[in-house]
Design a protein around this ligand. Structure first.
Ligand code: KIV
Length: 291
C-alpha cells in the first residue's frame, strides 16, 4: 500500500525539474478556493506564506504578528483543497527562533495538524541547526535567504539584499549551508540577478526566486499581488496579471445598486410556489384559527 497521497508531486520531481531546466511554479495561497485555482492552473508548489499577516489578516507592512494558530488554520484550508501541488507551511516569527526543540515541535504541528507537506523558515546562521533538527525528524524544509521579512527591522526595512560583493558572498555561503543542512529548496528574495544566478549554479536543489531575476529554478509571487488584490505600493518585482480589486469593487457596487433599486432579487433569482399550494396558503393565512 502506498502511503504517499496519490497524485501528489514528489520532492524528487522538483529536483528532476531543476536538472531538466524546467521552471518550477510556486504561488502563495491562504484558503481552499485559492489552492484550487492554483492547482487548476498547474502550479507545482503552494506556499501558505506568513505574508498572510499583511494580505489576509490586515497587519500593515509586517509579517511578524501572525501566530502559529493562525498559520495552522490557513494551511489546513489549503492542504484540504490542494491535491497535486506540494503544500508548504511558512513558519511564523517566534515559532522557530528560540530553540531546535521548539522549531521541531512547531514543524510537526504544520504536518500533523495542518496537513502541510513541508515547512519553510527564514535565514541561514542560527536557522541551520533548526533545519537539521526538522529534516532529521523527516519533515522537508525550504530555506529562505536574501530579504527575510521577519527580520526586516534588522535589515533596515524591506530592502534589496546582497548588493555589495561581500554581502553577495555571505548570501551564497548561507544558501550553500542551507542545502548542506538538508533544505530541499531555497527561496531567494530581493537580491541582484547575478547573485541569484550564482546561488542557482552552486546548489543542486532548486532555487525559487522572488525579485531574484530570471535565472532561478522557479519563481514565486504572492497571490494577492499577482491578482491585483493588494492595494498601495508594490515592490518592483511584482507583476500584476489581473486587477481583481477593481472587479470586486465594481461587482459589489453593482449588487448594492440592484438591492437599493429593488432590481435584485428578480424572478430568476427567487423561488416560485405551486399555484394551488399558494392559494391554500393564502387562504389559511386569511382564516387564522384564533380570530
Ligand atoms: O510569506 C511569503 O509569502 C513568502 C514569499 C514571499 C516567498 O515568504
Amino acid at each position: 500500500m502506498s502511503v504517499f497521497p496519490p497524485g501528489k508531486l514528489a520532492l524528487p520531481e522538483l529536483w528532476a525539474m531543476k536538472r531538466r531546466g524546467e521552471k518550477i511554479v510556486m504561488v502563495t495561497a491562504y484558503d481552499a478556493p485559492g489552492a484550487r485555482f492554483a492547482e487548476d492552473a498547474g502550479v507545482d508548489v503552494i506556499l501558505v506564506g506568513d505574508t498572510a499577516a499583511m494580505v489576509v489578516l490586515g497587519h500593515e507592512g509586517t509579517t511578524v504578528p501572525v501566530t502559529m494558530d493562525e498559520m495552522l488554520f490557513l494551511t489546513r484550508t489549503v492542504a484540504r483543497a490542494a491535491r497535486r501541488p506540494v503544500v508548504i507551511g511558512d513558519m511564523p516569527f517566534g515559532s522557530y527562533q528560540v530553540s531546535d526543540e521548539d522549531a521541531l515541535r512547531n514543524a510537526i504541528r504544520f504536518v500533523k495538524e495542518a496537513g502541510a507537506d513541508a515547512v519553510k523558515l527564514e535565514g541561514a546562521g542560527p536557522s541551520l541547526s533548526r533545519v537539521r533538527a526538522i529534516v532529521e525528524a523527516g519533515i522537508p524544509v525550504m530555506g529562505h535567504v536574501g530579504l527575510t521579512p521577519q527580520s526586516a527591522t534588522m535589515l533596515g526595512g524591506f530592502k534589496t539584499q546582497g548588493k555589495t560583493a561581500d554581502a553577495a558572498q555571505a548570501l551564497v555561503a548561507g544558501a550553500v549551508a542551507l542545502e548542506e543542512a538538508g533544505c530541499f529548496s531555497v527561496v531567494l528574495e530581493a537580491i541582484p540577478s547575478p547573485v541569484a544566478a550564482e546561488v542557482t549554479n552552486r546548489l543542486s536543489v532548486p532555487t525559487i526566486g522572488i525579485g531574484a531575476g530570471p535565472d532561478c529554478d522557479g519563481q514565486v509571487l504572492v497571490y494577492h499581488d499577482l491578482l491585483g488584490l493588494t492595494e498601495g505600493h508594490l515592490p518592483r518585482f511584482v507583476k500584476r496579471y489581473a486587477n481583481l480589486s477593481r472587479e470586486i469593487r465594481d461587482a459589489i457596487e453593482a449588487y448594492a445598486a440592484d438591492v437599493r433599486t429593488g432590481t435584485f432579487p428578480d424572478e430568476e433569482h427567487s423561488y416560485a410556489m405551486d399555484e394551488e399550494e399558494r392559494e391554500r396558503f393564502e387562504l389559511a393565512e386569511k382564516v387564522q384559527p384564533d380570530e
